[in-house]
Design a protein around this ligand. Structure first.
Ligand code: ZN
Length: 432
């Protein structure tokens, strides 16, 4: 197995919620000598320094400060990705007792392919907040059960003979995960306190101290290589852990002469407009703090931004062999064909001809394979955080990512060779 894929699958195993993605990233950065800064504290930073900071626990910025002048053209370089993934969140008061079964009341998060979540071993990860000494300072703990706890069973074909003619699934009725079998007429109290009981046992806190939580359900099956020559990878959360890992490898791979930043935002799957999302003021705030803490004026900061460059990194649609007509006739990314440069006249993918030319120039110089993706003209396609972030911080930006199949499924498929191309381009940009 390629080293890049071993690292990717290991990170994916740990990145079971946006908070765990940030936690895993923070551990990786610390292991590479990065110093953590408190987002709400005062910063003491200097040239040759390597730092990171967490924003509300589910977004993360990391940066390295080279010794060059940060007003120079191309001295400000960014790579941005997202920490969240589509699926389900557990509601408060979530325990449901139904004919002897214990179920969890959940709501959808982002645009998941619902049927892909059926009949899988699922687990729970996220954060729980318990009472502290003062009401204004409660205690937050991360929890990841790390073992199969839940499943969302299909209805047997014998009870729905038309199941293969199209399956309509209702998030409230059909998608509640089964967590326990208590027995007829018993266990109602246990069922209603199901989540609190689980949390208390796992986090070692008393049930009455639990004030709130944000918990997601995740597929706890391991990723694997597949294909006759092992040329593919099947794993949960490839959207967007492939990009998170490439950003972290890029920022830890060395220090350029300017300011290198990675921005890992939460809430991309629900539109980015949150206090820790790409549509927040956070990226602009970060850049302004960095320039002012390093002694630059606001005018000089704008020089840096206007001469800077950003890679927005998120997965792309690979050509699907069973649905080739769903893809543009001339821009058809293949698995293992290299990183994908995504373009859209609507600017749902960020970019302009110069930004694309810069990336292609770097790819050619370093022999990094690349290909193009554009939506079919009669399909709106998806969007990502590149155009949102680059409207708030007007940096020249281009959208890239690895091509995958089954985007937003509980388990997605990619080419085993493409992760290396993605890691290489980000490291190359940061050393340019
Ligand atoms: Zn994504």
């Amino acid at each position: 197995m390629y080293g890049d894929i071993i690292d990717l699958l290991e990170f994916t195993r740990k990145a079971t919620s946006p908070w765990h993605t940030v936690q895993t990233g923070a551990e990786e950065l610390e292991a590479h000598g990065f110093t953590e800064l408190d987002w709400a504290g005062a910063w003491d930073i200097s040239a040759r320094g390597r730092y990171f900071t967490r924003v509300y626990g589910s977004s993360l910025f990391a940066f390295t400060i080279g010794e060059g002048n940060l007003t120079d053209k191309n001295s400000l370089r960014l790579a941005a990705a997202h920490t969240d993934f589509p699926g389900f969140r557990i509601k408060p008061e979530a325990g449901v007792f139904k004919d002897g079964y214990g179920l969890l009341n959940t709501e959808g998060y982002g645009g998941a392919i619902l049927y892909s979540w059926l009949d899988r071993p699922l687990s729970i990860a996220g954060k729980v907040v318990a009472a502290g000494r003062e009401a204004m300072t409660p205690k937050t703990m991360l929890v990841d059960f790390g073992r199969p706890l839940l499943t969302i069973p299909s209805l047997a074909i014998h009870m729905n003979r038309k199941i293969n003619e199209g399956l309509a699934l209702n998030k409230q009725k059909d998608m509640l995960p089964l967590a326990a079998v208590f027995g007829k007429g018993t266990g109602k109290d246990n069922a209603q306190a199901l989540v609190e009981n689980l949390l208390a046992a796992e986090a070692g806190i008393s049930q009455s101290d639990i004030l709130s939580y944000e918990l997601n359900i995740y597929s706890c099956e391991a990723g694997c290589q597949l294909g006759v020559a092992g040329e593919m990878v099947s794993a949960p959360r490839l959207d967007n852990i492939t990009s998170v890992v490439a950003c972290i490898k890029g920022i830890t791979s060395g220090m350029g002469s300017g300011l290198n930043i990675i921005a890992l935002f939460d809430n991309e799957e629900i539109g980015s407009r949150t206090k820790q999302g790409a549509a927040s003021a956070n990226l602009m705030q970060l850049i302004e703090r960095l320039y002012t803490c390093l002694g630059y004026s606001r005018e000089e900061m704008w020089q840096g931004i206007n001469g800077g460059f950003m890679l927005s990194v998120d997965v792309a649609h690979g050509l699907h062999p069973n649905y080739v007509d769903k893809t543009d006739p001339t821009n058809r990314p293949l698995l293992n064909g290299g990183l994908v440069i995504k373009q859209a006249a609507s600017q749902s993918y960020a970019g302009d001809a110069e930004a694309v030319a810069i990336i292609k120039g770097l790819c050619r110089r370093e022999n990094i394979p690349y290909q193009h993706y554009v939506n079919r003209s009669d399909m709106p396609g998806g969007a990502t955080l590149g155009s949102i972030a680059s409207a708030l911080v007007p940096l020249r930006t281009v959208d890239i990512g690895v091509p995958i199949l089954a985007m937003h499924s509980a388990r997605e498929t990619m080419g085993a060779a493409d992760q290396r191309a993605l890691c290489n381009i980000i490291s190359t940009l940061f050393k340019a």
